[in-house]
Design a protein around this ligand. Sequence first.
Ligand code: SF4
Length: 287
Amino acid sequence: MKDYSCATKCTWCDGCGDYGIWTAMKRALVELRLLPWQVLLCYDVGCHGNMSDKLQGYRFHGLHGRVIPFAAGAKLANMRVPVIAFGGDGASFSEGVGHLVHGIRSNYPITFILHNNANYGLTLGQASSLTWQGQPMNVSPNGIPEQTLPSMDFVFSLEPTFVARGFSGNIPQLTEMFKAAIEHQRYGFAFVDVLQACPTYNHFATHEYFLERCYDANAEGHDPSDLKKARELATADTSKRIATGILYQRTDQPSFYDRLVPRKDRTTQAVDEVVKVDVSGLWEGFV
Ligand code: SF4
């Protein structure tokens, strides 16, 4: 675990769900026997993005909403490296929603962890598209007039190959989920929705709220290969019970990389080939 530790002081608020996700990810990487130089961690902008200097590894902290394109690009260039992309609910379902759509439908071979605290925490508690309708937030004291985006219904409509849901307060379960989501990269895009407490700005979906409602669907016998049941569990009313665990997984679909005709039968990675290309001829007409 200490190999993944950074000296940088944590600046997350007390009780923030980011601590649980950070700890579970460290545990998952260690239990998969991956060393920091063997993984690429990509971060969007947001409170969670500050994890980029709190967790060792190759790290890239990009522009708001754009974590999926650069994580996918890095992975396609070098399939040997596990690539994990982290994004918040604000960016992922607004600024970057197009990238999420194409990440899932393209089945890019990466793991995507959604820090879902149902608001923009870094910019002081603005409502996101996953904020509950009618809940007062800092810049919308009367509550947002729009409907809350049905995120799980949306994700399932894109025919994903892996969907899991966890809670930042259940670190052992999150660890197992992250390990499965990282291993799923050989089959494609793994989407993990982590319901996260934000005690500073989210006063409706609190740590206690999740603690009382979350249950382990796999422990109750849910079979992740059952698409109909998975969608039913993922989209069910969360005011009473919230199904968590690996809700859906299929391994019979080729990933985006496996569909690339020019990569067929290649024994090298694109990143190896780039260094061998002589581009000097391209300049001849310009000198
Ligand atoms: Fe965490 Fe919310 Fe504080 Fe951001 S504002 S660090 S999400 S508790």
